[in-house]
Design a protein around this ligand. Structure first.
Ligand SMILES: [Zn+2]
Ligand SMILES: [Zn+2]
Length: 187
């Protein structure tokens, strides 16, 4: 990709940070506090942030010699299904973000790979990849409605919480089934 390519980021996009107000002098600080709608597919198979739900950004942008350091927390609601009983889970997630975005044509820009250090596009920062990584990493692959969820009875699919402790499915031997039929008709 050519350097100094015109930016493709939209400064009005909720997950794009605009650094025009941030002086390019090491130590200069700006805070970003806003609630933005969650992008689609922010999650793992069984649980994630519903699209459009409010993500709370509580971030600071700090000028460093080679770029802008973005740090702080992102939090929001998560919804999903218990991996054992499929009951709905309503919870929340909070993650910390710390990511350096190098100025275009800085030494860092020239000497690192893009997957090591983020890049600024002009004055803009695309926060979405770092936010996505942090949130997805924080989500459980096997979410549970509670740590000791006993799950469902494998025979009838009823939640084991809703069944008596001695719940079981006695298999009637087909040879005896005929006999019980017989005793019933005699009654
Ligand atoms: Zn459960
Ligand atoms: Zn059962």
């Amino acid at each position: 990709m050519p350097k100094n390519s015109p930016t493709s980021l939209d400064p009005r996009s909720p997950l794009v940070l605009d650094t025009r107000e941030l002086p390019r002098r090491p130590g200069a600080l700006r805070t970003v506090e806003r609630v933005v709608p969650a992008p689609s597919d922010l999650g793992v198979e069984l649980i994630g942030v519903p699209e459009g739900a409010g993500l709370d950004l509580d971030l600071r942008m700090e000028s460093v010699s080679e770029g802008v350091l973005v740090s702080g927390t992102v939090s929001g609601p998560i919804q999903g299904e218990c991996g054992r009983c499929l009951h709905e889970i309503d919870d929340s997630v909070a993650v910390t973000i710390q990511e350096l975005y190098a100025y275009e044509n800085s030494t860092t820009d020239a000497t690192t790979e893009e997957d090591e250090v983020g890049r600024m596009q002009g004055d803009l920062i695309d926060l979405e990849p770092a936010l996505r990584d942090a949130v997805v990493l924080a989500l459980p692959n096997n979410p549970l409605c509670r740590q000791d969820c006993p799950g469902l009875c494998p025979e009838c699919g009823v939640h084991l919480d809703d069944l008596p402790a001695d719940h079981s499915h006695q298999q009637i031997d087909p040879r005896w089934a005929g006999l019980s039929q017989l005793t019933r008709t005699e009654e």
